[in-house]
Structures are given as structure tokens and as C-alpha cells.
Design a protein around this ligand. Structure first.
Ligand SMILES: [Zn+2]
Ligand SMILES: [Zn+2]
Length: 226
């Protein structure tokens, strides 16, 4: 557990969590399918994940509030009131479309992206940002935080232990397994070198990765034990 403590500043991992993908993402252009980065082929929906434990967290609520509530119920049997926290991986609108589905939960995002959102010209963005709390390691007991800048400068992953191993929900730090394996940032990334470094750190930190716009996948960590 030493590696986790060093990375996150949490003394230990409290408990285990389950992870359930609520929506599998899609996105506008996929260079791994031969698509051109210069145009949009389809709309974007991000991957949204329920992290269930002593506290329940929804990462990146991807659908409008009513649809989000329906998907949550259909995938988990839970109503929005059962959600204690929402974690937004970064300040792109498709990652908090449904955040108002959870008015009683605490909303978290990295301080860096929160600042960017507070400075936004868009009134709704500023209002939502005003209700968010800067995420820090242990923002929910047993949950770590890994800075994964590059896509945006404040992109962050949440880390936790599950029966399958250590999980990183990393948002657009990795769009899909293909982007992760190629250490490649998405076309709209703020800094591609930083994106590659962040994927390297995720590859050291997690056994299972939930990316920003695809299904979860296995990452074989070298020499890692949990
Ligand atoms: Zn994004
Ligand atoms: Zn996204």
C-alpha cells in the first residue's frame, strides 16, 4: 500500500469498493478507427461510473438528470438520494451533464479545473462550479486521487481498491484502451507530452482503468502486487 500512500497522501485504504459502469462512452472522432481529427462523426457521451462502498460515488454523470436517475436505477437499483458524492474528472461539459441529478451529494473536481470553470464566460458553468468542492486525496474515505494533467491541466483520476484489484477512473486522461496503450492524448488535449506522462503514471497505479469514453479494461502492471 506504500505506493498508494505516497501518491495520494492517504494513510491507508479504508475498505473496498465495487465499480459499475453506468454509461459506456462514445466520442466524436476516433483516430484508431481511421477517422480524421478535423471533423466530428458523432456526438459525445462520456463513460459514467458508480463506485459503491461505505459511501457511494458517481463519477462523471453523463446524461441529463432524469435519464441519469433512470440509468442509475436500472443498473444498480439505487435512487439519486443514495449517492453521497459526485466526482468530475475534469471541466468539460460532457462530464457533468447530469450533476444536478444529485442535489444532495457533495460535488468534487480538481482545484485547477474548478478555477478554470469559475472563470468561465458561461453562467451555468460558473453556477455549477460555485457548488463544487476542490477534490483532495481521501475526499471520500478510502479513495485516492491521482493528478493526470494533459487533457486539461487539472484532469484527475480517482483510485480505489476493488475485489478485482486497484481501479482508476481517469476521465479523458485516457479516452479508451487504444489511447491508453498508445500513450496518446485526444485531439483536443491541452498538452500531449503531459498526457503521455499521466498515462504512464496511471499504468503504474492501476490494475483496471475506467477511461473517459470507453468501457473499462485491464492494465497489467509490471511487478505489481496489491
Ligand atoms: Zn474532456
Ligand atoms: Zn470527455
Amino acid at each position: 500500500m506504500a505506493d498508494m500512500a505516497e501518491m495520494t497522501g492517504t494513510a491507508s485504504m479504508a475498505g473496498m469498493f465495487e465499480y459499475h459502469v453506468l454509461t459506456i462512452g462514445q466520442f466524436s472522432r476516433n483516430c484508431f478507427w481511421g477517422e480524421d481529427d478535423g471533423r466530428a462523426y458523432r456526438g459525445a457521451v462520456c463513460t459514467s461510473t458508480l463506485v459503491k462502498g461505505a459511501k457511494n460515488i458517481v463519477a462523471d454523470p453523463s446524461l441529463p438528470p432524469e435519464e441519469m436517475a433512470a440509468v442509475l436505477y436500472n443498473r444498480s437499483g439505487l435512487r439519486p438520494e443514495a449517492i453521497d458524492a459526485v466526482f468530475v474528472t475534469h471541466a468539460h461539459g460532457d462530464h457533468y451533464v447530469g450533476i444536478e441529478c444529485f442535489p444532495n451529494a457533495k460535488w468534487y473536481m480538481s482545484a485547477t479545473d474548478l478555477e478554470a470553470m469559475l472563470a468561465s464566460a458561461d453562467g451555468r458553468e460558473r453556477e455549477l462550479a460555485g457548488r463544487m468542492i476542490p477534490a483532495s486525496p481521501g475526499f471520500v474515505e478510502g479513495v485516492g486521487l491521482l493528478a493526470a494533467p494533459g487533457h486539461t491541466l487539472g484532469t484527475a483520476a480517482m483510485l480505489f481498491d476493488s475485489a478485482d484489484g486497484r481501479v482508476a477512473v481517469c476521465g479523458d486522461a485516457a479516452m479508451t484502451r487504444d489511447f491508453f496503450r498508445a500513450r496518446k492524448g485526444y485531439y483536443n488535449s491541452a498538452d500531449f507530452a503531459l498526457s503521455a506522462q499521466s498515462i504512464d503514471r496511471l499504468a503504474e497505479a492501476a490494475d483496471i482503468v475506467v477511461p473517459g469514453h470507453g468501457n473499462y479494461f485491464i492494465n497489467r502492471r509490471q511487478g505489481a502486487g496489491i
